[in-house]
Design a protein around this ligand. Structure first.
Ligand code: A3P
Length: 290
């Protein structure tokens, strides 16, 4: 029936969950062979780690902090998701420098990255806050199944039964290959603590230059408060078919440590155990609270 066309489902494609009706497995498979250029930039995140924050920051860096220069186009059109591309042509014909975001695991991404073509900015966030943010997202995203309750979503996240799959695999997959690429690792928590210095690192990684005033402008237009009321940045434009704006927002809370309001003691202990086990040989640490 015609209703089925609007039934979004998680479907496993080569061991990775895609959302049917939104992601095309054919195009996702082509990405691996996309030819990339040195000027290409890929912002890689596990969902709910600051993707749309980076979109805003990179849009602003491009125009040296002049927000009026980018108020004619949505950030998501300027910096699209790789996995939402409709064809290779769309990638090829994007104006240079081509900047994209993606939640895809490393194994799906353009092979050229390994020859140090293009640049990767990986944004990580402490996974307890990711889980809570993703729980809320599932409650207002019509293309994702609404969890029965927090407990239900906790289990799904731990099992990797979400778009993005297992958080641990995502970060390890990308970061274990970081030496092979032009790679910048930043965290959500650093951005919360000192956005200006993170923006400075991004600017220098991109090989550009901003004056102190331009840096201030980028930071000012990238605050939670300003993004929330910015129609190019806040994702209120997404049709109700996909997001129920009455039930939530991309710019929800924007803090570190909200997980403490949701995790039970038992869930926290279990999470810590899994974290210790999965990350034991991995040299990353996170700020869990501020
Ligand atoms: P919360 O749900 O914890 O508020 P993504 O863009 O990857 O989907 O991530 C969304 C998360 O990033 C949300 O987290 C959102 O509030 C947060 N975020 C986006 N822009 C932000 C900003 N300028 N400052 C702080 N947090 C921001």
């Amino acid at each position: 029936s015609s209703c089925e066309a609007f039934e979004y489902k998680l479907v496993l494609h080569r061991d990775f969950h895609l959302i049917s009706g939104i992601h095309s497995p054919e195009v996702v498979d082509q990405i691996h062979n996309f030819e990339i250029q040195d000027s290409d930039v890929f912002v890689i995140t596990y969902p709910k780690s600051g993707t749309i924050w980076l979109q805003q920051i990179l849009c602003l860096i491009e125009v040296k902090g002049d927000a009026t220069a980018i108020n004619d186009q949505l950030n998501s059109d300027r910096i699209p998701w790789m996995e939402l591309l409709k064809s290779e042509k769309q990638f090829v014909s994007a104006p240079s420098p081509r900047i994209h975001v993606s939640h895809l695991p490393y194994r799906f991404m353009p092979l050229g990255l390994k020859q140090k073509k293009g640049k990767v900015i990986y944004v990580a966030r402490n996974p307890k806050d990711v889980l809570v943010s993703y729980f809320h997202f599932h409650n207002f995203a019509n293309m994702l199944e609404t969890p029965k309750d927090f407990e239900d979503f906790f289990e799904k996240f731990m099992d990797g039964y979400v778009f993005g799959n297992c958080w641990f695999e995502h970060i390890k997959g990308w970061c274990s290959q970081s030496d092979e690429m032009n790679f910048l690792y930043i965290t959500y928590e650093e951005m919360i603590k000192d956005l200006r210095s993170v923006v400075e690192r991004i600017v220098s990684f991109l090989g550009t230059n901003l004056t102190p005033q331009q840096l201030n402008d980028v930071v000012e237009h990238s605050t939670f408060k300003n993004m929330k009321t910015n129609p190019q940045a806040n994702y209120q434009h997404v049709p109700a078919l996909l997001l129920n704006h009455q039930l939530g927002a991309f710019l929800r809370k924007g803090t570190v440590g909200d997980w403490k309001n949701y995790f039970t003691v038992a869930q926290n202990e279990r999470f810590d155990e899994v974290y210790q086990e999965k990350m034991k040989d991995f040299p990353l640490s996170f700020v869990w609270d501020m």
